[in-house]
Design a protein around this ligand. Structure first.
Ligand code: DQA
Length: 151
C-alpha cells in the first residue's frame, strides 16, 4: 500500500503582524493573527495540504526559517512559503537574498494595498525574488496565496 504524505505550506508573518486585530484596523481589519492562522489551516485542509504558521518580529529568524523551508522544498516535503514580510518588505536585501539562495517558491502577500499608501511602501525588495504577489485583498489574500502554491 502506498503511503500518502501530505505536503506542507509554510505561512510566515513578519514584524508587527502579531498585533493584527488591534493594529490600525482601518488598514488591516479586525481579524487577529490567530483568526488568520485558522483561516489558513482551513484553506489548507480544503486543498489537502498541511499548513504550518509562524510569526517573528526578527529579520534573522525569518531568514533562518526561509533557509529551513528551502531544505524542505528540496527534500520534496514542502510546496513553498506564503510570506507577509511586514515592513521588512521595504528594507530587507537579506530576505531577498535568503529567498533566492534557498530557491524557495514564495508568494509575497500584503493585507493592505501598499501602492495606495505612503511612497516608502511602494518598493519591495521581496517582489523580484517572489514567485507571485498578492496585495490589498485583506486577509482573504492568504487563502489565495495558499491556492497559488497548490499544483
Ligand atoms: C503589510 C504592509 C507593510 O507596508 C507594513 O509594514 C506591514 C503590513 C501588509 O500586510 O499590508 O507591516 O505587509
Amino acid at each position: 500500500m502506498a503511503l500518502l504524505i501530505m505536503k506542507k505550506i509554510l505561512v510566515l508573518n513578519g514584524p508587527n503582524l502579531n498585533l493584527l486585530g488591534t493594529r490600525e484596523p482601518e488598514q488591516y481589519g479586525r481579524d487577529t493573527l490567530a483568526d488568520v492562522e485558522r483561516l489558513c489551516k482551513e484553506t489548507g485542509a480544503k486543498h489537502g495540504v498541511e499548513i504550518e504558521c509562524r510569526q517573528s518580529n526578527h529579520e534573522g529568524v525569518l531568514i533562518d526559517w526561509i533557509q529551513e523551508a528551502g531544505r524542505e522544498v528540496a527534500a520534496g516535503n514542502m510546496l513553498g512559503v506564503v510570506m507577509n514580510p511586514g515592513a521588512y518588505t521595504h528594507t530587507s536585501i537579506a530576505l531577498h537574498d535568503a529567498i533566492k539562495g534557498a530557491s524557495v517558491p514564495v508568494i509575497e502577500l500584503h493585507i493592505s494595498n501598499v501602492h495606495a499608501r505612503e511612497e516608502f511602501r511602494h518598493h519591495s525588495y521581496i517582489s523580484p525574488a517572489a514567485r507571485g504577489i498578492i496585495v490589498g485583498l485583506g486577509v482573504k489574500g492568504y487563502t489565495l496565496a495558499i491556492a497559488a502554491l497548490v499544483p
